[in-house]
Design a binder for this molecule. Structure first.
Ligand code: TRP
Length: 456
């Protein structure tokens, strides 16, 4: 295979464009909403450590593999896996890796959009000034009012999904650049500002020690940390693969990956450093669950100098970050519909978006009218609502499983000459990558899985 394949969906105009888009995909609600709340639920310290280890030993090698497979196959993940399996003379069933990813992305989008809707409604809530001088109880009850109102949630969910469909319909390459080049650094700067505020609460060190002092962790906590490493880097379902399929040949996959992983991790750690001191200064519970940032950050905005302006801007930027992530969740499905079903991008995005919107209703109702509809499966989970089921199924099962198979395909089944040709890096980096992906990644994923279901 010497002649290079071309993507029918076009290419990124520059190398920077890919890095921006992939960073835009990685940095999102996962970093600012999810990381603090699952760190809190899992008791801090050790969780953060395991998460960092998973980023380094699993996330980074898998990301390189995903980008590489995408760029070599140059199609939607489903067709990329089909083409590469044929080219490497492997079983055609590898196509299922692409299929599972497409379904996972779709499921994630269904609830991602609901949470992004919360952030959107907080733009207006913060701007209205209700948080000025508000107490921790006041802020918590404002959050409780929002999630108990299905109509409000539905309206925001609908708006966010429509925004996502519009960008995807136009092709992810247009309009992303400005959004990411300027808004992402702005988000970063505001986070720093909030961390600055957190330092004045008198509980900053308590927050730091909660995040970095090792303590207890359960097996499920370890699974959460691993699942989160996939989630936050957008791995395991083909989002980064499809972005890789638009990547021009000469770009260094290794450098791009290191940048994306570093940026993503720094944003998550900053979010934690912003939130935990506020949690402790106000006597809140670190394990407050998915509402954590909405119950803590507004307190800071209510007390800071120019807090209303800062807070409003913060939530606007958070919505942008969520938006640039959400589009990567349906891009694999849209690319596939365009390739195989002859749909144009507009139709493909509308179909996928509307379907994900519909599934999202289940998440909305999980916080109110269906909040008592829960189920349990012994050893696997207990009292899950529809939302927690979707959330855990995707990030604790589907993404790591996707990552496991990507690792097996890229490091065991693909010829060394193929992967060397794509990665084009120093020999020692290549070898290290292959060793990690052959041995460390799969073994770690399997052990964590088995532990979580109490088999070992
Ligand atoms: N990484 C994004 C975040 O942290 C979410 C996301 C976008 C994602 N694309 C993905 C997660 C693909 C898993 C797979 O918010």
């Amino acid at each position: 295979m010497t002649s290079e394949r071309k993507s029918i969906h076009g290419q990124w105009s520059t190398r920077l464009m890919f890095i921006l888009a992939a960073t835009g995909s990685a940095v999102g609600l996962g970093n600012i909403w999810k990381f603090p709340y699952i760190t809190g639920e899992n008791g801090g310290g050790t969780f953060v450590l395991v998460y960092l280890l998973c980023i380094a030993l699993i996330g980074i090698p898998v990301m390189m593999a995903e980008i590489m497979l995408g760029r070599r196959g140059r199609q939607s993940p489903i067709n990329t896996m089909k083409t590469l399996a044929e080219e490497e003379r492997r079983n055609v069933n590898w196509i299922w890796l692409g299929r599972m990813g497409m379904v996972a992305g779709f499921m994630i989008l269904s609830y991602y959009s609901v949470i992004a809707g919360w952030a959107m409604s907080y733009i207006f809530r913060t701007a209205s000034g209700v948080f000025v001088g508000a107490t921790a109880e006041g802020v918590s009850s404002i959050f409780a009012d929002l999630v108990s109102d299905p109509e409000k949630l539905l309206a925001w969910h609908t708006i966010f999904m429509a925004m996502t469909m519009i960008v995807v319909a136009r092709g992810v390459k247009h309009g992303l650049e400005v959004a990411i080049r300027f808004l992402m650094p702005a988000l970063f700067a505001l986070l720093l500002l909030i961390v600055g505020y957190a330092m004045t609460t008198g509980h900053f060190m308590q927050g730091v020690s909660f995040m970095f002092t090792p303590g207890e962790i359960s097996n499920e906590g370890i699974l959460d940390a691993m699942g989160h490493a996939f989630f936050t880097l957008s791995l395991g379902m083909g989002a980064i693969m499809v972005y890789g399929s638009y990547l021009p040949k000469g770009t260094s996959i290794v450098q791009a990956t290191m940048f994306i992983a570093a940026a993503d991790t720094i944003v998550a750690l900053l979010a934690g450093l912003a939130i935990f001191p506020i949690v402790f200064a106000n006597g809140l519970e670190p394990g407050a669950g998915p509402g954590l940032i909405f119950k803590t950050l507004p307190i800071a905005f209510g007390q800071m100098e120019a807090g209303t302006l800062i807070g409003t801007t913060f939530f606007i930027l958070l919505v942008f970050a969520a938006w640039t992530s959400a589009i990567s969740l349906i891009e694999p499905a849209v690319a596939w519909l365009a390739e195989n079903k002859g749909m144009n991008r507009l139709h493909a995005s509308v179909w996928t978006g509307v379907a994900a919107w519909f599934v999202g209703l289940g998440t909305i109702f999980s916080f109110n009218i269906w909040s008592d509809k829960t189920w349990s499966i012994p050893y696997l989970f207990k009292d899950y609502t529809l939302f927690t089921t979707l959330e855990n199924l995707t990030f604790n099962v589907m993404l790591p499983l996707g990552g496991l198979f990507i690792a097996i395909f890229a490091a065991w089944l693909m010829r060394e000459s193929s992967s060397r040709d794509e990665l084009k890096t120093y020999d020692w980096i290549y070898r290290l990558w292959r060793i990690l992906l052959r041995y460390v990644t799969p073994v770690a994923i399997i052990i964590v899985f088995l532990k979580a279901i109490s088999i070992i």
